[in-house]
Write a protein that binds this ligand. Structure first.
Ligand code: PAF
Length: 282
């Protein structure tokens, strides 16, 4: 596995792979890798001839009061996991080679990026869509792999590649969960033991929503109400939202004829966690 921090050298290596007739899969990450990321690299490995992973803690997607400076960096362990999962090349740029001091361009997906996470984290998705565009320009992938845990993110990236004619297929991979259901996240390591056991209630609330979706008389708002009631009954969980939204537009789902996704954001202690589940209405 090659480890390369220069964007120009990465592009050179990718183009050499392409000239050799290889298809390219890209797995963008911010490091602090866990089994969820490994599943993305493994999926890319099964579907592409050349797998490039990226590790870059992107400053532009963190708000002023967010955890950029304390975001953990575990590069050596991350590289080992990617080597083991079968990556061919890891792109590990420095901030200065991604953003020149006089950069003036942002990529903004408008409507989809203003709700839910976008409303709670203003500017976050501008940072994501801009850096992902740059990563696509540097790695020129045929396919790029994202986790469903960041449901809104993968939807925004799907919208962006269509709107900007970016020639890449977006593959969304299932959420990988801990034994109690907690979605794997780099931020889980911030949780104390007590917070960690409380955090499992977020996926319990999603399970409740899925069970409730099986009750034909319940409207989406009523199902969302059950999630809210469940999470608000637990001391130490500060709920930000628990909603049922249309799987494509993220607008509130009004009846059971559409496709719905249950989405939750909550603080457990100082750690902000998100999770989601696509609902099966019967
Ligand atoms: O999901 C992430 O880790 C990041 O938002 C991404 C897509 C790597 C962009 O920095």
């Amino acid at each position: 596995m090659i480890v390369q921090s220069s964007p120009a050298e990465v592009l050179k290596a990718i183009r050499a792979a392409r000239r050799a007739g290889k298809t390219v899969g890209c797995v963008p990450t911010m490091g602090v890798l866990h089994a969820g990321h490994v599943s993305l690299v493994e999926r890319a490995r099964t579907e592409c001839d050349f797998v490039v992973g990226t590790i870059f803690v992107n400053p532009t997607q963190f708000g002023p009061n967010e955890d950029f400076s304390k975001y953990p960096r575990t590069l050596e362990a991350d590289l080992e996991m990617c080597r083991h999962a079968g990556a061919d090349l890891m792109f590990t740029p420095q901030t200065a080679s991604m953003y020149s001091g006089d950069a003036q361009t942002i990529v903004r997906v408008t409507k989809l990026a203003t709700v839910l996470e976008g409303a709670h984290r203003p500017g976050h998705f501008d940072g994501v869509s801009t850096v992902v565009t740059k990563l696509f320009n540097i790695t020129e992938p045929d396919r790029a792999y994202f986790g469903q845990k960041d449901y809104q993110q993968q939807l925004i990236i799907r919208r962006m590649v269509v709107d900007l004619d970016q020639p890449v297929e977006i593959v969304t991979c299932p959420i990988v969960r801990e034994a109690d259901g907690l979605a794997m996240s780099s931020r889980n390591r911030y949780l104390s033991t007590e917070e960690r056991s409380r955090a499992g209630q977020i996926s319990q609330a999603l399970r409740l929503a899925q069970q409730s979706a099986g009750e034909p008389q319940l409207l989406p708002q009523e199902i969302a109400g059950r999630m809210v009631a469940h999470l608000e009954s637990i001391a130490g969980i500060e709920l930000q939202y628990a909603v049922i939204a249309d799987t494509q537009t993220l607008e509130p789902l009004v009846d059971r004829t559409g496709q719905g996704v249950a989405l939750i954001a909550a603080r457990v202690g100082t750690t902000r966690l998100i999770d989601n589940e696509v609902l099966q209405f019967r």
